[in-house]
Every structure is written in C-alpha cells, then in structure tokens.
Design a protein around this ligand. Sequence first.
Ligand code: ADP
Ligand code: MG
Length: 247
Amino acid sequence: MLRAEGVSVHYGGVRAVDGVDAHLDEGELLGLIGPNGSGKSTLLNALCGVVAASGKVRIDGRPMPLGSPAAARRNGIARVFQVPQTYPELSALENVVVGSHEQGLVGVAGAWFRRRAMWRLERSRCREAMETLEMLGLADVAAAPAESLSYGQRRLVDLARAMVAQPRLVLLDEPSAGLNDSETEHLGGLLRTINRDLPMVLVDHKMGLITSLCHRVTVLDTGTVVADGPPGEVLADPAVIRAYLGG
Ligand code: ADP
Ligand code: MG
C-alpha cells in the first residue's frame, strides 16, 4: 500500500537517507531498525513530508508529492514523534481532539485558538477521541492536563491523536523509549490490537518488541537498506550484526 523508491534526504554532505527502497503492505506491522544515526527518523520525516526529500513515494499506487506535510496527511499518513508533542496546558482529551485537526499553533494566542476550535467541534469528534483514549487505557486521565501525566501516558496521548485523524497508516518513532518493562509490554499489546485495523511502521530499539510484534523488518545502516525480511532471519543476518557492531 506504501512504496518508497530511491528516497534520499541529504543535509549538506550528510546522506541521512540515501536511495532507500521500502514498502509497507496492507495489514502489516513493519519494523524499521538500525543503529543510532542510521536514518530511521529521517526516513519517517521524509514519508510524513516534514523534510525535503527526493525519490518517489506511492500510496495505493498514487504518487504522493514529497516535502509536504499536508500532502502526507491527505494521503492518510500519521506520525507519532520520538518526543511527546502534547500541549501541556490542555487535557488529554483536548490534546487528542485538537491535535486531530489543528497543528502548529503555539503560545497564548495559539492556546486560545486551540480551545475555540475545540468548542466548535461536534460531539461525535469528542466521543471518538474519548473512545480512543479508553482503548489505550487512558479514560481515567482524559480530563487531566497533559503536564500531569506520566511520560508513557503522554506518548499514548500522541498515539491517540494520530489514530483519530483516521489515517491509512501510522509511523511510530521509538514509542517504547523511556518506558519500563511493564509499560513496554502494555504498549506492545496495544500496538498489536491497533494493527488489526491499521498498518504501521515501528521504529524501536527494543528487539523483544520488534520480534514479538513485527511481520517483517527493514534494517537501515548509514542511510541505506542492508536487510529486509522476517525478524528472525534479519537479526541473524551477518550484514545486520556488522551494522550494529559498527563494522
Ligand atoms: P536515527 O533516527 O536512525 O537515529 P536520524 O534519522 O536521526 O537517525 O539521523 C540520520 C543522520 O542524519 C545522522 O547522521 C544525523 O546526524 C543526521 N541528521 C538528522 N537530522 C539532521 C538535521 N536536521 N541536520 C543535519 N543532519 C541531520
Ligand atoms: Mg531516530
């Protein structure tokens, strides 16, 4: 359903992503792994349009213009960033509802616009946001300001926000970073459930999570794909082991 061909992102002389071919199939949970600095986040940035990139990306066979967050959203690509993007002063519920259609409004005026936008919303939207929070086990904290939530909860609020945008696919950047073992296990269960309806790309360093969840794994090293296949096979691949050992 998503096919990237020859995607590159260069920062001056740094080839952060260098001619990557990758694809995501219908229903799939794809792991995207690689050592630090191998280009995982940059590839996700290219797919959701927040950096200038060259190459071709098709969604359901249709070409998607690169370098445009609006085009990526229109094509149903939702992104959960590595660092929580919640508005601290808004409740968990408000973050989900407002985040689903208002972006990039910051400061005092931004907060006012965000609240006003929120009041204008139909109840169905709030209900949908609430159902998503419930599904993620956050019903009890829906009314709490995001700043009062734990780090792990704020990451789930981000995930809820991505889900209510009714995406075609979700890109997740290290959702388990900063979570303890039991939180990571909880997250794994949630991702498996969400994946019944949504294909996902999961970037993560916790190999237990990757091998237990992912149907397939693509491995990056210095901006290029060095392996692609079932998790067990890929993790035993000498090229992958070399990449992680920095050889
Ligand atoms: P990963 O997510 O796999 O750890 P990144 O995609 O963050 O890797 O980074 C890939 C490479 O691109 C690294 O060498 C990093 O230093 C470089 N890079 C990432 N973002 C920028 C940027 N905004 N400006 C310059 N170089 C960058
Ligand atoms: Mg990264």
